[in-house]
Write a protein that binds this ligand. Sequence first.
Ligand SMILES: [Zn+2]
Length: 330
Amino acid sequence: MTTQQVSFQEVLRWTDEQCREFLEAMRWPDGPRCPKCGATEPYRMTRKSQTKNTVQKLYKCRACHKQFTATVGTIFEDSHIPLSRWFAAIYLMCASKKGMSAHQLHRELDITYKSAWFMCHRIREAMRDKGELPLLTGTIEADETYIHPRTRRGHKVWHERVQDEIEMGLRPAPDKKAPYQDNPTVFGILERGGKARTVKVPAATGPVLRPIMGKMIDMKNARLMTDGHPAYRQIKHYLPHEVIDHEVEYVRGDVHIQGIENYWSLLKRGVYGVFHHLSEGYLPSYLNEFEFRFNRRKIQDAERFAALVRQTQGRVLWYCQTAQPENPYA
Ligand SMILES: [Zn+2]
């Protein structure tokens, strides 16, 4: 099995055992390793007892004597959904440019909507780039956008909910000078021709955005381009800064922010066209998803799929992150 160039058709034909082999090859290129203590060369075992768990390929660590399988410590741990369905879901999510809704996965993979929804969130967790990320250099485009959540039918509309939350003291009162500040704000920076990074921020203001830029950009080797938003006024003291005022022009020589604008249009077409509604609390995990695909846009779907299977370590232990809004018509 060539590990890099598997087509979707091939993945659909895989049995659970073949999926497990692929996962082991991706996760442990130098042979199995204990997820608890990191020791290598465990004992190989075969499960003989007749239990509900039908995974036959087991390992036992020589150092800490714990038993494990390839899924321990990954997003697949404790899942009752067969690995073959997981792999199909991962392939679809890696290959669809604007994302894949949980409802569509529920229909296509014949699993419940609830399972599909949670599966999507676990896959988004795997899509998050972990560890030290390299700083962005060269020509950098920065911009902010607002993802306006659509509300569900029967629930209060967004601005009414915001008003309630302001009255309850859960949210600061809006500032007349910055009328959008109660919308979920996303700040993004893009290295031209390279990677993008996006974060959800409480408001698009200088004191919020400057430390974020400080952490993501290599200030000594970068040239920043933004629009005329007042949040970027002070940044010229830290690195060379060019402003393109959108009220006047969109492009001036090589000064433009079309790259990051393109990223926003992709994100928004996904959010409004595929997901329709998303809660503010889950916005960061959707940002992970779009970032993962965008930053690997120049490679084939098969390679993107392999890249994701390689980084499935990490567990999602929450089930629901947002308090469900009360339905006034229930
Ligand atoms: Zn161990």
